[in-house]
Each structure stands twice: as structure tokens, then as C-alpha cells.
Design a protein around this ligand. Sequence first.
Ligand code: NAD
Ligand code: DAU
Length: 332
Amino acid sequence: MGNLLVTGGAGFIGSNFVHHVVEHTDHHVTVLDALTYAGNRESLAGLPSERVDLVVGNITDAPLVDELFGRADAVVHYAAESHNDNSLHDPRPFLDTNIVGTYTLLEAARKHDTRFHHISTDEVYGDLELDDPDRFTENTPYNPSSPYSSTKAGSDLLVRAWVRSFGVRATISNCSNNYGPYQHVEKFIPRQITNVIRGVRPKLYGAGENVRDWIHADDHSSAVLTILDQGRIGDTYLIGADGEKSNKDVVELILELMGEPADAYEHVTDRAGHDLRYAIDSTKLRTELGWTPSYGDFESGLTATIAWYRDNEAWWAPTKDGVEAFYATKGQ
Ligand code: NAD
Ligand code: DAU
């Protein structure tokens, strides 16, 4: 049994990871989370207090980070500003958290010789053409498009430099688009599900041809635990579940699963610099570490996610109007 420090553990993927760790391991978890607009302590409700602590604080707070690393056997770093649309509106918090925050954690990992796993994204590789037969691999050159993805790319490069220059015991994973419970309603899938629940038509950016490679957040969690246990120090692992779908196909499936006509959506202003397609080749993770996803079927995972949003309106309703007011200012 070990003490895991999980940054950003009150956010979407971090909270799914904490639930996964409590269910599948004996580790104790300390969550460090600033509870920004994207963090919600209710995402950790119901977890046993003897297994999970929440420390409300910022990853740029070096003395606090130092104290928490002193008590941790390993750190999994999820905390980030995570939304592309916000990064186009106000990039500064992305630099502070994603770059300076990661730097602060790396300095503590260096001082305490702490095993460190850095969570990153496939967006660092830029985008692919719709008909490109290739997918992203660990050897794809970095080519980020947005303020968000460029700060994630910068944070990955910091991790690599701290491994090589200072011997920090770190691994990195770059995952594709996650879906599942506890995802903020600013993001594509929860925004459309909660729109339909509210009787509002889903909003598709541009023509809706953009492709994302979907993975259930619980599969992301099992992959991260596998890398934490067995990953080679200094290595990068791509995480994906062969879930490529166009945004239009996803919206149509949501509408069908929610009992609405498949064409009951509207096209809205496209995202500036909108990446066309992401696709992950996770062969390395599968062959070297033996990981496989459990949610093979996107439709059943989506059905469960729709049920979760129907059953947990109290979790998302307080944020919904503010998110929609923000999108309305941009014609989205
Ligand atoms: P999220 O926005 O839902 O959660 C981020 C969490 O970090 C929130 O709880 C927030 O309060 C916390 N946080 C933000 N700034 C902080 C700071 N300065 N100090 C402490 N805590 C802070 O994000 P998410 O979608 O769960 O993404 C988590 C991680 O996974 C990010 O690093 C993101 O880049 C990466 N990722 C996300 C996806 C995806 O599909 N959402 C895919 C691949 C990788
Ligand atoms: O690929 C991993 C990335 O996936 C993560 O690094 C990011 O943190 C995460 O937010 C996600 O980024 P995307 O920009 O792909 O996710 P988002 O949910 O914002 O949008 C998914 C797609 O849906 C994208 O092509 C934009 C489109 N979209 C989004 C919204 C909110 C719409 O068509 N309509 C919408 O209302």
C-alpha cells in the first residue's frame, strides 16, 4: 500500500482516477486541487475518508507542494487548464498552471526523488487529415495548435528535460478524448447531453466533420495505473481505445439514444484553428505493458454516460447557465 498524491483529482479525469484507485487498489490518495471553476468536491463525494483526503491548494504553491511531496510515494499529475475554447479567450491561466505548475511539481519531485507520472494529451501532436492512414505514435513530432495544447506540449518537454538533466523518475502519457461521468458541461459530449435534457438543440462547430478518438475515462485510469506500476522511467506512452468518430456522428448518436430525431441539432460558429482529426496508435502500451481497454463499445459507454447526467442534474445544473452564456457571446 502506498500514498498517492493526485493533482487535479477533483476534475473530470482526476476524479475518475481517484474512484478507480479506491476500487481497484489499496493505495491512500491525497488530492491536491485548487477547485477552479472546473474542480468540484462533489466529484469525490461518497469515497471513504480513510482512503481519500482533499487538500485545496494550487500546484504553483511551492511550499505546499514541497510538504505534500514529502509524504507521497508517487505523484500523478492531472491538474491543468484543460479547455481549448477557454484558452482562445484567455491564455494566461494556461501558462500559469500548465507550465509554471508543472515546473513547481518537477522541482519537488527532484528534491524528494519522487516517482512522477505526467498526464498529457494527444493534442501535442497537432492534427491529421481525415484520410491520413497514419495515427499518432510516440515518435510523432510535436506540433500543437492552440494555446492549451502548446502549454501541454511545453509541460511535456519540461518533464523530459527534468528526467534527462536531473534524473527525475518520471513517465508521460498522452491520451485521446475522454468521456464519462463528472465531465464539465463546457465539453462537447456533456454539453450536448445536458442541452437535450434542457430541450435545447445540440451545437455542432462548423460542418461537424472533425474527428476525435474517444476513450472512456475509466480505461484511461487503468492505463495510468499500469504505466505507474510497470512503465519505463523516461518513456512516453500513448493511450487510446480505437474510438475515432466524427462530431456529427457523436451528436446524432446522442440524439438517437435520448429519443430525439437524429437531425435535431444546429451548426454554430467554428472554433478558431480547429484541429481536424486526432487518432492514437496505442500499440506500445498494449504490447509492452499488456494493457487493454474494457469499454470496447462506445455506444454502451455513451448510454451509461447519458444515464449519469440524467441522474445527477444537481452535479451539473449550477454550472450550465454560465457555460451557455459564455458560448452565446461567441455565437456557439
Ligand atoms: P478538468 O478541467 O476537468 O480538471 C482539471 C482539474 O485541475 C480541476 O479539478 C481544477 O480545479 C484543477 N486545477 C486547475 N488548475 C489548478 C492549479 N493551478 N492547481 C491545482 N489544481 C488545479 O480537466 P480534465 O479534462 O479532467 O483533464 C485532466 C488532465 O488530463 C489534464 O492535464 C488534461 O490536459 C489531460 N487530458 C484530458 C483529456 C480529456 O479528454 N479531457 C484527454 C487527454 C488528456
Ligand atoms: O484530445 C484530448 C483533448 O480532448 C484534451 O487534451 C482536452 O483537455 C479536452 O478538452 C479535449 O479537447 P477537444 O477540444 O477535442 O474537446 P471538446 O470537448 O472541447 O471538443 C470536442 C470536439 O467537439 C471538438 O472538435 C470541438 C467540438 N465541439 C465542442 C463543443 C464544446 C462542438 O462541435 N460543439 C461544442 O459545443
